[in-house]
Design a protein around this ligand. Structure first.
Ligand code: PNS
Length: 170
C-alpha cells in the first residue's frame, strides 16, 4: 500500500498546502521531511482574494521555488477553492501538515476530518521541530515590521525580500 493511502499504484504524492506569506524555516522543515517520505511533494499556495497579503501569489511561488530547489522532488503550485478538489484533480491522496503545539490541533483536526469526509483524503501530521514551534508567517511579518531580526527564522532570500518589501511600504 502506498504511503499516500488508498492502495493505488503509481507515484506517492502528497500536498503541503498553505498561504506561505512568506515561507518560513518552519514550513521548509516540514516540506523537506515530507519530501523524504513521498515520491513527489506539491507545495500548494492558496489563492485567497479575501485575505490581504504582503507578497503576491507569484512572489510567494517564486520564493518557494528558489528555497525548495535542492529537494528535487518538490513542486510548487497554486490553488483556489477546496483543497480536496485540488487533490482529486492532481492524484494526491495525502495532505501533510506541521503541528506546532496543542493549540494548532483543534482546527487542524476539524479540517482533517472534513477533508476525509469530503473526499477520503488523508491528513498526516508531523510534529514541528521544537526550534520552530513558536514560528508563523504572521509573527515573522510583525517582528520584521518593527525592525526585529528574523534572519534565523526565514531563508536568506526571504529575509532579503521581506526587508525590501517592508522598506517599500514605509
Ligand atoms: O497557511 P494557512 O493559511 O494556515 O493554510 C490554510 C489552508 C490553505 C491549508 C486551508 O485554509 C485550506 O485548505 N484552504 C482551502 C479551502 C478549503 O479546502 N477549505 C476547507 C478546509 S476543511
Amino acid at each position: 500500500m502506498s504511503a499516500g493511502g488508498g492502495g493505488e499504484r503509481g507515484a506517492r504524492r502528497a500536498v503541503c498546502p498553505g498561504s506561505f506569506d512568506p515561507v518560513t524555516n518552519g514550513h521548509l522543515d516540514i516540506i523537506g521531511r515530507a519530501s523524504l517520505l513521498y515520491d513527489e511533494v506539491v507545495v500548494a499556495v492558496l489563492v485567497n482574494k479575501n485575505k490581504s497579503s504582503l507578497f503576491t501569489v507569484e512572489e510567494r511561488i517564486d520564493m518557494l521555488t528558489a528555497v525548495t530547489r535542492e529537494y528535487g522532488n518538490v513542486r510548487i503550485d497554486s490553488f483556489h477553492g477546496l483543497l480536496v478538489d485540488y487533490c482529486r484533480a492532481h492524484g494526491i491522496s495525502a495532505i501533510v501538515k506541521g503541528l506546532r503545539a496543542v493549540s494548532d490541533f483543534d482546527y487542524e483536526l476539524q479540517m482533517a476530518q472534513m477533508n476525509h469526509g469530503l473526499a477520503q483524503v488523508e491528513t498526516l501530521f508531523m510534529s514541528t521541530n521544537p526550534e520552530f514551534s513558536f514560528l508563523s508567517s504572521s509573527l515573522v511579518k510583525e517582528v520584521a515590521t518593527y525592525g526585529g531580526d528574523v534572519s534565523r527564522l526565514v531563508p536568506p532570500l526571504v529575509n532579503e525580500r521581506l526587508t525590501a518589501r517592508l522598506a517599500e511600504r514605509r
